[in-house]
Structure formats: C-alpha cells, structure tokens
Design a protein around this ligand. Structure first.
Ligand code: FAD
Length: 506
C-alpha cells in the first residue's frame, strides 16, 4: 500500500548553468507550491560559460514564463538575431544566410523556391536571399518586430536572441528563487541509488549535507553526474559524422554596433563563431584536434578577433553524441548532461527548452512509469537525430578541398536519412521533412542552396504554372517590397537604444 504511486513532491536539480536554471524556472512556474524544488550547484566547479546564441522558439519559453522581452534583453546584455551567416563553408570567398522566417510570401500553392528555380533556369540571376525579409534587413543592419498581419512581408520573418550566458543564468535564478526554488551551494560527491529499483534516493555534498528527492534533473554538464556516473546510462558517439571535439573561446570588445545575426566562418579545421552582444562580442573556434593543435587553433582565433580580447582564451572539450536514454529511472538529463552537438545552428539551448517542455508534458508520479520514460526518450532521440542530420549537411555538402578536415567530411559516409533528403532536393528541389523536424523547409532550403546542393530542375507543376501565375514578375515585385520594407526599419542599434539598452536606467 505504501508504495502506491503518488504525486512527486520533492524535485532535485543538480547543476546551476543554463540548463539548471531554465529547468528550475520552468518547473517552479508549472508546479507552483505542489513540489519543493532544490537546485544544487558548485561555485568551485562553475558553469561552461558559453552558449549565447539561440533560435526563435526561445521566445515561447520566455513568454510561457511571463518574462518581459525588453527587461530580459536589457538584463542579459542581449541583442536580436535574424539568422546565421555562413562564410567560406561551400567555398572560400562565398557566404550565405540561414534566415529565421520564410522566403517571400507564397503567392500560389507551388512553393516560392520552385518558381525561383524556374526563373533561374530561364536566365534570372536574382539571389534567393533577396526574397527573404530576414536577410535583407540583417544585411542592412536593421531590426524591428515582425507585424502580425500575414498579408504583409513584415510578418514573414522571425527572430531570436544573443545573450550573455552568465547574465542569463543569473536572470533565471532570480526568477526561480522568487518562486520558491531553494538553491544549495556545494559539491556533490556521492549519489545514492536504491538497489532493487535503480532509483536515485539522494545526493550527498562534500560538506556533509544530504539532499533527498523523488525526482532528479541532471543538469551537471558534460560529466553527467547522475545520468552517467551514477546510473551508467551509456553514450552514443557521433564523432565520425561531426568530428569537432574542441573549442577555444575568447570574448573581445565590440568595435562597432552589433550586427543582428550570428556569423559562422569556416576555418582550416573547423569554424569560428561571432556572437554580438551589447557590451562585447563572443568568439570561439570550434575545431577537431586531429587536424590542428590547441596552440594553432588559439592563434587562429586570436588573429581573427574583430576587437581587442577582454579575457584569456579558454579551451573546451566535448564528444558529439547523445545519452542512450535521456530519462532513466527517476532521473532526466537536460542540457550538456543529455548530449552535445556543436553550436553551428545554436541548438543546445533549444534542446534544453524542448527537454523541459517534454518533461512537463509527461511529468510523472512517484512510479516514473515506463510509458512516460519511453515516450520522452523516443521523441528526444528523434529530435537529436534530425538536428544531427541538419548539421552534417553543412559539412558533407562542402566543395572545399584545401584542408584534411574538409576532405574528410566531404567524402565521409552520411546517414541514410540525410542522403535521402539530399537526393530529393538535388533532383527537383523537393524538400522532404521528417517527424519532429526542428528546422523547417526554409532552413533546409537556405543550407542546401548555400552549400551548393543545386536542383537539376524545378518540379513539373512549377514549370507548368509559372507563366499563368506570372511568377517571374511576382518574384521581382517581392524583392522590391522587401527592400522597401527593410529600408524604413530602424537600425538594430537604434532599436536597442530605444527599448532595451543595458546602459539605460531601468
Ligand atoms: P554547465 O554550464 O556546465 O553547468 C553545469 C552545472 O553543474 C554547473 O552549475 C556546475 O557547477 C554543476 N555541477 C557539476 N558538477 C557538480 C557537482 N559535483 N556538484 C555540484 N554541482 C555540480 N548552446 C547554444 O544554444 N548556443 C550556442 O551558441 C552555444 N555555444 C556553445 C559553444 C561551445 C564551445 C560549447 C561547448 C557549448 C555551446 N552551447 C551553445 C551549449 C551551451 O553552452 C549549453 O547547452 C548550456 O550552457 C547549458 O550547459 P549546462 O547547464 O548543461 O552545463
């Protein structure tokens, strides 16, 4: 009788990085006083301190917590992000943009890019990016809120944020503590697991404290203190597809107004990120140490900073892949404890968010029923694999042959799921989506075309309808309307100064 399932009343979160405090904030908001939430973190260990570029769904996370956007941007030294510019990925000297939002506005049941392909087949030289509100605004350094009226091109873009990772965790900590989350400072040195059930009972700290719980969220970072070190869940290694295993990071002064997008520049043995914030620029070189030494990677990064460095460069190591199970017994891993894929498309913080959303949807009672665990693991695995394939596309479709890393990724075997999609696009420009696809058609389109996966022809339907719908004129009209709309937008800096400058008094 005493073992009958009942509501969970004690939740323990181990880790106070982005994952820990996002989890604490969301659980406190959703569970209210029904559960006591304790978060353990160790100042001695600290957080990873990177992770500053996001994708648009983060806005829903903030909205679900009732966070005011301007306050959030101001307090995290944030800026706005309309997409990611990829420089030198297909070939040196070329760049393309992965925009947030769509290309133009569909004027027919046939997708717009099919009409663009048809026009191109007939000699039109316009760039697909010129049909995209996010890119045209970003290229002019402009930013404004999208408008809700779906008949206007100003409704066709989306945006995310760049923010200071430490300030973000502190912001969420204030939010969570105000809603009753108890923070305990200390280093966990033992995790007690109950023999027959395999459930975690408590975590023990170096100073002698014991923290008991009924449900545990492992946000302890790469070490996976609970999910791996205590529960031995196992890890699936994806380094053969995404070989980067290191990064060197260094912030610098911002010599100019922040650009409203992230930049990812391909380098000899990986790529360099540039994340503009209000008070500095975040930079890092993600690399594979089979192809370049730490010293050489550091030298490359420091030689390519857009401003004066404001801290010493830091080396970070990782193994790309995922836990075999994200939820095991009464423990869910969120954040780096769950798995890692390089930040090429800024997906890690999103995976934290989607993990939390899924956990809330499946939040168990004390039995932690197998059905909830299986469903959590099934969807999370699919989500990871879809993102993995999207990242691999950036590498495998390169034409670069100037360095061993690029020769490896250009010729490596790729997952069948991705091969199928590439083949579909290459023949008729068909964009094939799978279930639980985070990145939608415009994202795949941007990367296919940017990387040079060129369709041989448009679909027969586009060819048949093009003249009836006057598609070439419509595309030209769209380009003009988009340019005019972007022209009258405020600059990114003007927008920040007006609504959310970290310099202005609150
Ligand atoms: P951490 O920040 O490592 O936090 C772990 C926490 O656990 C800390 O509080 C630590 O003190 C605590 N802890 C660990 N062991 C113990 C113990 N024994 N006792 C008590 N406490 C303990 N993501 C993006 O979305 N966008 C990006 O642009 C991006 N860039 C990245 C660049 C690089 C090079 C890397 C490596 C990652 C990047 N990420 C990015 C991922 C992002 O940094 C993480 O997803 C995010 O910071 C969450 O980290 P975390 O909270 O899981 O782990």
């Amino acid at each position: 009788m005493s073992d009958a399932p009942r509501p969970i009343r004690q939740v323990v979160i181990v880790g106070g990085g982005t994952a820990g405090w996002m989890s604490a904030a969301a659980l406190a908001n959703a569970l209210g006083p029904a559960a006591i939430i304790t978060l353990v973190e160790s100042d001695q260990i600290g957080t990873i301190g990177v992770g500053e570029a996001t994708i648009p769904p983060i806005r829903m996370f903030n909205q679900s917590l009732g966070i005011d956007e301007n306050t959030f941007v101001r307090e995290t030294f944030g800026t706005f992000k309309l997409g990611i510019q990829f420089v030198d990925w297909r070939r040196k000297g070329e760049a393309y943009f992965h925009p947030f939002g769509q290309y133009g506005a569909d004027f027919d049941a046939v997708p717009l890019h099919q009409y663009w392909l048809h026009a191109r087949q007939n000699g039109d030289k316009s760039d697909i990016a010129d049909h995209c509100m996010a890119w045209v605004a970003a290229s002019m350094g402009k930013f404004d809120q999208p408008i809700p009226d779906r008949r206007r091109v100003q409704s066709t873009f989306d945006y995310a944020y760049h923010f200071d990772a430490t300030a973000y965790a502190a912001f969420l900590r204030r939010y969570a503590e105000a809603r009753g989350v108890k923070r305990v400072e200390g280093k966990v040195n033992h995790v007690a697991v109950k023999g027959e059930s395999g459930f975690i009972e408590s975590v023990h700290l170096e100073d002698g404290q014991t923290i008991k719980g009924e449900f545990f969220v492992d946000c302890s970072g790469f070490r996976g203190l609970l999910i791996e070190q205590a529960l031995r869940t196992g890890y699936e290694d994806w380094s053969h597809w995404l070989p980067a295993n290191s990064a060197v990071a260094a912030p610098c002064e911002a010599p100019e107004d922040p650009i409203p997008y992230t930049r990812a520049t391909a380098r000899e043995a990986g790529w360099q990120w540039r994340i503009p914030l209000q008070h500095r620029i975040g930079n890092g070189y993600v690399f594979c140490n089979d192809y370049i030494s730490d010293d050489d990677a550091t030298e490359t990064l420091m030689a390519n900073l857009p401003g004066k460095a404001t801290a010493e460069p830091r080396i970070l190591r990782f193994t790309t892949g995922r836990r075999r199970k994200f939820w095991n017994a009464n423990c869910v891993a969120i954040g780096l404890a769950a798995g890692f894929m390089e930040p090429l498309e800024s997906t890690s913080i999103h995976l934290i968010q989607s993990g939390i959303t899924r956990l809330l949807a499946l939040f168990p009672d004390t039995s932690c029923d197998q059905g909830a665990q299986d469903e959590f693991n099934r969807i999370t695995m699919l989500e990871y694999e879809r993102i993995r394939d999207f990242l691999i596309l950036h590498y495998c479709a390169t034409e670069r042959d100037d360095a061993p890393l690029w020769n490896y990724v250009r010729t490596m075997p790729i997952p069948d799921s991705l091969r199928y999609k590439i083949d579909q696009f290459r023949s008729y420009g068909r964009i094939v989506a799978s279930d639980f696809e985070l990145f939608q058609n415009p994202s795949w389109l941007a990367v296919y075309l940017g990387q040079g996966v060129d369709p041989e022809r448009c679909t027969p339907l586009a060819a048949a309808r093009a003249s009836a719908v006057r598609s070439t004129e419509k595309l030209a009209g769209l380009r003009q309307v988009i340019r005019e709309a972007a022209n009258v937008m405020p600059t990114h800096q003007q927008y920040i100064d007006r609504f959310c400058s970290a310099r202005s008094p609150v």
